[in-house]
Ligand binder design. Structure first.
Ligand code: SAM
Length: 271
């Protein structure tokens, strides 16, 4: 039985220079790339800037020979509730993963050869590619191409949280202290649970930082890291939050997208 390789390749958080040598070799080894592209109805007809960023990585590291197959990324139902609505949120994410699984399986069935998935940052942090591929593997073999064995390799990438630390020249935790990594929607529960050194990703807004108990915490913030529009802000939350909000607005206007990540650390007396 022949083996079909699936390479899940971390490409770093946006810049063509944040790609490892190993990732480049993997990109050059596959026959085609499967790129999930938000359907035009979801992105108001404008090109998806994160797809354009992947194309830039391929142009730089593979060249014009790269074959890209675009697959419409199914829209995800957005639930705004925080911790109380956790079950709802998980159900929405599971439904989205199911929909993605179907589309990835269809695309793989339609085209033979080794396939590469270009994962933003590192596949280990807040990315569904490996979960979707596990689901694809559970489908009958006939769904993804004439019953051949599928081997999945993961090539790690630089995560946004690593680039945040590098750009601010910091260690993300103090000596002997733990680090908690979470999402904007789960920040409040992390603080309430006693976490004092928190990296926060997936921020729809920064409203959680308005809470008065966080005013004296230290913030190291980074937006669109690794790209030409990259911005950094650091200081006490209450003092720099307006600056961070303004930086986010400027990034959205300049780049057409904004992704930000930050480290939040409790004042010394509270740790
Ligand atoms: C879906 S998660 C993917 C994370 C990715 N797998 C990683 O390892 O960085 C997207 C979140 O990562 C963070 N992120 C990704 N790229 C970023 C960048 N260039 N600058 C700042 N934050 C970024 C943001 O918090 C964003 O909401």
């Amino acid at each position: 039985m022949s083996t079909r390789r699936v390479r899940v390749i971390g490409i770093g958080p946006g810049g063509v220079d944040q790609v490892t040598v190993e990732a480049v070799a993997a990109m050059r080894s596959v026959d085609w790339f499967l790129v999930l592209d938000k359907a035009a109805s979801v992105r108001d007809g404008a090109p998806d800037p994160l797809v354009r960023a992947r194309e830039a990585v391929l142009a730089r590291h593979v060249g014009p020979s790269a074959t890209v197959v675009y697959v419409d990324d199914p829209p995800r139902e957005r639930r705004t509730g925080a911790v109380g609505a956790d079950a709802d949120y998980r159900a929405a994410v599971a439904a989205w993963h199911d929909a993605r699984t179907e589309r990835v399986a269809d695309a793989m069935a339609a085209r033979p050869g080794d396939v590469g998935f270009l994962v933003w940052g590192d596949p280990a942090f807040y990315d569904s590619t490996l979960r979707v591929l596990d689901r694809v593997a559970d489908l009958p073999a006939s769904r993804t191409g004439s019953g051949e064995a599928v081997e999945v390799n993961v090539l790690p990438g630089i995560s946004a949280l690593q680039l945040l630390a590098a750009r601010h020249r910091i260690v993300l935790h103090e000596v002997g202290h733990p680090l908690h990594v979470t999402t904007g929607r789960a920040l409040r529960s992390a603080v309430d649970a006693g976490q004092r050194n928190i990296v926060v990703m997936l921020n729809r807004d920064l409203d959680e930082l308005e809470q008065t108990d966080l005013a004296a915490w230290s913030l190291w913030w980074g937006g669109n890291l690794g790209t030409t529009t990259e911005r950094l802000v650091t200081g006490r939350v209450a003092e720099v939050l307006p600056q961070v909000r303004a930086a986010r607005d400027r990034l959205r206007a300049a780049a057409g997208w904004v992704m930000d990540v930050y480290l939040l650390r409790a004042p010394e007396g509270e740790r």
